[in-house]
Design a protein around this ligand. Structure first.
Ligand SMILES: Nc1ccn([C@@H]2O[C@H](COP(=O)(O)OP(=O)(O)OP(=O)(O)O)[C@@H](O)[C@H]2O)c(=O)n1
Ligand SMILES: C/C(=C\CO)CCC[C@H](C)CCC[C@H](C)CCCC(C)C
Length: 434
């Protein structure tokens, strides 16, 4: 099992594991960004790259040699681009040029701190303290046992804040859906019959709402409100679900679906433009990528909007199949990730150690509930008839199939944003024949 060496840094901190080094970003750094380097005696795999001050030459990754190495890598920026990585190690800490794009401050130049006897280092923002420093006074000894993870006490309040935000945002989404759903689901407000707004107008309005939504997450990402992975998942969960809420506003004209599809189509173009580098948008990349690489937008997010387009054009609001597929892809798959990461550390699936029972159970329950909510929503508008008991069973069967497929160890080859909706369509077509 990989022993974790965890260092918590202010802006841009790192997690080293025995086998790889990954990054996570601190969502909202404290005014003074402290971190403590925690080490594992078994962390020889953490490596570092020498990046001498002022030079860009890549001298390659080198292993940290000593078994007692305390390794911590800082990710830092030069301008808006991630340029170099720097490892901090002890004894003889090396510190890096640490630049926070979001705060527009460039931190001090590379320093090498020697003869530092403690295993802690503080990173302060430029305003508070211009250099990385090694402090000897307030530090506790770090236990070097393998796999030991010791978050710095200073970081705990920040973590707590994050936890609250995390829970609040997860709770906010169903609440928002419930508030919108309650009046609309009565069926009295048949917007598509009453409003008589041209479909193009509705599409433009929805596209504007989508833009506001996407920009909101860009802004939140810019301010580091959410951790990158959480931000991505919140966009993933909310976008498709909110989009479907707008469907009843379109007219009864069979072509209205094409106007509706213009909304994800516009987002497809934007994603492609940002993903290929045609348009530069660091904040969009930050809001919806896993690792901060713009090319990631050409994977999962692009498939996601393609599925939105396909479900809109092929199924629209006339069938529970497309609705279920989107509910499972957005809510089900999204919640599986959030719950799985949070509560799924212990009980992994026997056939896929990177997924958990907690994640899959959450996907099944949330996916079924969300799909049913939306099916009822469209039923109440009179888009199709449904016997709720039968429909509930069929939707649960679709959700079960999608959950099983999502849990399979095929994620490296096939994206969940493709496999989950395809499974829903396959099973749904059997259960809800035209
Ligand atoms: N049934 C599931 C699904 C997901 N997870 C957790 O969620 C993480 C992400 O899963 P997944 O969405 O499959 O990963 P990616 O494909 O990397 O992420 P994305 O969907 O954002 O592309 C997993 O590592 C696991 O911790 C889980 O525990 N159980
Ligand atoms: C991060 C995503 C998937 C990774 O699994 C989702 C990317 C979503 C797109 C950036 C934005 C899609 C917007 C929708 C087409 C419309 C939303 C409409 C609404 C009114 C908010």
């Amino acid at each position: 099992m990989a022993a974790e060496v965890v260092g918590l840094v202010g802006r841009g901190y790192s997690i080293c594991t025995q086998s790889k080094i990954g990054f996570q970003e601190v969502p909202k750094p404290a005014a003074t960004n402290k971190f403590r380097c925690c080490a594992s005696a078994q962390a020889p795999a953490c490596s570092f790259r020498d990046t001498p001050s002022g030079q860009n030459e890549d001298v390659g990754w080198r292993p940290v040699l000593a078994a007692s190495s305390r390794a911590l890598r800082i990710r830092y920026f030069d301008g808006s681009q991630l340029r170099r990585h720097q490892l901090i190690r002890a004894p003889g800490w090396a510190s890096g040029n640490f630049h926070s794009k979001s705060h527009g401050r460039r931190h001090s130049n590379v320093e090498t701190l020697t003869n530092c006897e403690t295993q802690s280092v503080e990173v302060c923002s430029l305003r508070e303290a211009p250099v990385l420093s090694c402090t000897g006074d307030s530090q506790e000894k770090v236990d070097l046992s393998a796999g030991n993870v010791q978050p710095a006490p200073e970081v705990v309040p920040g973590k707590e804040r994050l936890k609250h935000k995390y829970l609040l945002s997860v709770a906010a989404l169903p609440s928002l859906a419930a508030v919108l759903y309650a009046p609309l689901a009565t069926g009295d407000i048949a917007l598509h019959l009453e409003l008589k707004v041209p479909d193009l107008g509705v599409a433009i309005f929805t596209a504007a709402a989508a833009l506001v939504w996407v920009r909101l997450f860009d802004e939140l990402a810019r301010r580091n409100v959410f951790e990158r992975k959480l931000s991505r998942k919140l966009v993933h969960i909310s976008s498709g679900l909110l989009f479907m809420l707008f469907w009843p506003v379109f007219s009864a004209n069979p072509n209205s679906r094409l106007y509706a599809a213009l909304v994800p189509a516009a987002n497809l173009v934007r994603l492609a433009a940002v993903g290929t580098g045609l348009i530069k948008s660091e904040d969009t990349v930050k809001a919806i990528s896993r690792e901060g690489d713009r090319r990631e937008l050409l994977g999962g997010p692009l498939y996601y909007v393609i599925v939105l387009i396909a479900a809109t054009v092929c199924f629209w609001r006339q069938s529970p199949i497309g609705v279920s597929a989107l509910a499972l892809m957005c809510a089900g798959d999204g919640i599986a990730d959030i719950v799985g990461r949070r509560f799924g550390k212990g009980l992994k699936l026997p056939y896929n150690k990177s997924k958990s029972w907690a994640g899959s159970a959450a996907m099944f329950v949330t996916g079924t509930a969300t799909a049913l909510l939306y099916v009822t929503y469209f039923c109440n508008f009179g888009f199709y008839e449904c016997n709720m008991m039968h429909t509930a069973l069929k939707v649960a069967a679709i959700a079960l199939a999608a959950t099983i497929v999502e849990s399979l160890p095929i994620t490296d080859t096939f994206d969940d944003n493709v496999t989950v909706p395809l499974t829903c369509v396959a099973v749904g077509s059997l259960l809800f024949p035209a």
